[in-house]
Design a protein around this ligand. Structure first.
Ligand SMILES: Cc1cc2nc3c(=O)[nH]c(=O)nc-3n(C[C@H](O)[C@H](O)[C@H](O)COP(=O)(O)OP(=O)(O)OC[C@H]3O[C@@H](n4cnc5c(N)ncnc54)[C@H](O)[C@@H]3O)c2cc1C
Length: 472
């Protein structure tokens, strides 16, 4: 079969583009090398929808970040993705940093960020009493928000699939050859013929680019490690509390997550593309920097450490370029999550400008709902349990996730096959015990619903087995 468009990579960028293209009469396939959506940078980041004052004026990053803030808010509402507009603060602790905050304010105004304000030390302490006493001032950006990044990508990909996009998992693109009609892509064991390619391969985007075109950029991976603290620490701050950004990153932040935990991090160190280790040195640095902002963080309430890898590149800006029928959407470093919706809109326009016929489909589904038992009223709970008693059986006690929600996740358009894929969809295993209690039950439910044995259920990436031997 000849596809019109093949998207390489299903992180938030591939998903956002697939979602936008799914409203058109195009035969689109997404090729993802891992066993689920959002397995790269998209699953390990700070989860902030930045307001847009940080990127340099005139860059694509500035334009697309600011444009994306409202688009992301609308998308999360429409596709039932957890999102909270909690606002952000950039804290200054010296005269030099106060001057930096003023520069960020000026840049934000130039970038078109609405409602920015510089708060005095007293104003900061009034809204964030746990901030260190030596704070001198802060930039307040009320439009900044937090989201669930992997659910955002999943919701976009799921809606794309609902609308006819084909998603192939474990389909690593290994070679691309030019043909008369377009390209022949070797992906996994298959050859895929397509007229157009969109390269959204994150930290591997330069490798994919080089399969089809002369070398023109490099990805310079940079790792950032985090603490995720229990919900008992979730109110240490009400806003995203940044420090003044440096050349390598936005500094160590302290923020509530959209689920009510506290996230603290990241640092920034050069690394290999797939290196998601969080070393004790990384974490010591994060702790030291974070307590400069919020001295009272109780790190004994840590429930998980993790690291994400930024797809920084040899370019200062996002690399979003058309090369005839090959489109690079590469080097999508921070604020890539915040900019994804506008990046996809930009790519759609770039494709139209390069001759791709975008004809709307007569029928298109643009909503999605996910049952969330713990957010339901008593009446809603009673009703859903009456319809399906499995919603009355709590499997994950920390997060109050029911068997009904797990089964609903399994029978959605993108089928989860691992314990962590269930966690990403309905939060089972996200709580204080990190799946210690519910993990084995989730394995059982997955095996039963998918009609496979327990040995076939991995924890995370393919090969991360949990049950090794047959137990007959
Ligand atoms: C520490 C850290 C903090 C961050 N914080 C924020 C933040 O708060 N706000 C924000 O806006 N941004 C943030 N970012 C940036 C944001 O996470 C990224 O911009 C975004 O996730 C990039 O998405 P992507 O789809 O380009 O990449 P990815 O999510 O990495 O997706 C690329 C996909 O391509 C797949 N792939 C690779 N090679 C192949 C191949 N050959 N064949 C098939 N598939 C392939 C990968 O498996 C992967 O799934 C942060 C990043 C990091 C690391």
């Amino acid at each position: 079969m000849m596809y019109d468009v093949a998207i390489v990579g299903c992180g938030v960028i591939g998903s956002s583009i697939a979602y936008r293209l799914s409203k058109f009469d195009l035969k689109t396939v997404v090729l993802e090398k891992e066993n689920d959506v959002a397995m790269g940078c998209t699953r390990a980041n700070s989860a902030i929808i930045h307001a847009g004052y940080d990127p340099a004026e005139g860059t694509l990053m500035a334009k697309l970040n600011v444009r994306s803030v409202d688009l992301t808010k609308d998308l999360c509402k429409k596709l039932d993705v957890p999102y909270a507009q909690i606002g952000s603060l950039v804290l200054a602790f010296s005269d030099e940093e106060s001057a930096h905050v003023q520069r960020l304010y000026d840049r934000g105004v130039a970038n078109g960020v609405p409602d920015l304000k510089i708060l005095s030390a007293e104003e900061v302490k009034a809204i964030e009493p746990n901030v260190a006493d030596n704070v001198t001032c802060a930039l307040y950006a009320p439009t900044a928000a937090v989201v669930n990044p992997w659910e955002y990508a999943l919701a976009l990909a799921e809606t794309a699939v609902t609308n006819g996009v084909e998603l192939r998992l474990e389909a690593e693109v290994k070679a691309i050859a030019r043909t008369d009609a377009g390209y022949a892509i070797t992906a996994g064991d298959d050859t895929i013929e397509t007229k157009y390619i969109i390269n959204a391969a994150g930290t591997e985007a330069a490798l994919v680019h080089d399969m089809a075109l002369p070398h023109s950029f490099e990805i310079l991976p940079s790792k950032g490690a985090y603490y995720l603290l229990d919900k008992s620490e979730g109110t240490r701050t009400k806003h995203v509390a940044f420090q003044c950004p440096t050349k390598v990153g936005k500094g160590v932040l302290v923020s509530p997550t959209v689920h009510g935990n506290l996230i603290v991090g990241p640092n920034a160190v050069d690394c290999a593309a797939g290196d998601t280790s969080a070393s004790s040195d990384d974490l010591a640095f994060v702790r030291k920097m974070a307590t400069k902002s919020i001295p009272s963080i109780d790190f004994r309430q840590n429930i998980r450490n993790f690291a994400g890898v930024r797809p920084n590149s040899t370019n200062d800006d996002f690399i979003i370029e058309a090369h005839d029928s090959f489109f690079d959407v590469a080097g999508i470093k921070s604020p890539g999550l915040a900019s994804a919706a506008a990046i996809a809109e930009y790519v759609e326009q770039m494709m139209a400008d390069n001759g791709v016929r975008l004809t709307g489909k007569p029928e298109y589904t643009d909503t999605r709902v996910q049952p969330r038992f713990k957010e339901m009223s008593h009446e809603e709970r009673a009703e859903i349990v009456k319809k399906d008693p499995k919603f009355g059986r709590v499997i994950c006690r920390c997060e109050t996730i029911t068997e009904g929600e797990i089964i609903d996740s399994i029978h959605r358009p993108i089928v989860p096959r691992t314990v962590d894929a269930i966690k990403r969809r309905c939060c089972a295993g996200m709580g204080r015990c990190q799946g210690g209690f519910c993990g084995p039950r989730v394995v059982e439910i997955l095996a039963r619903e998918l009609g496979v044995s327990r040995q076939d259920i991995d924890k995370d990436k393919t090969g991360s087995y949990i049950v090794r031997e047959r137990e007959d």
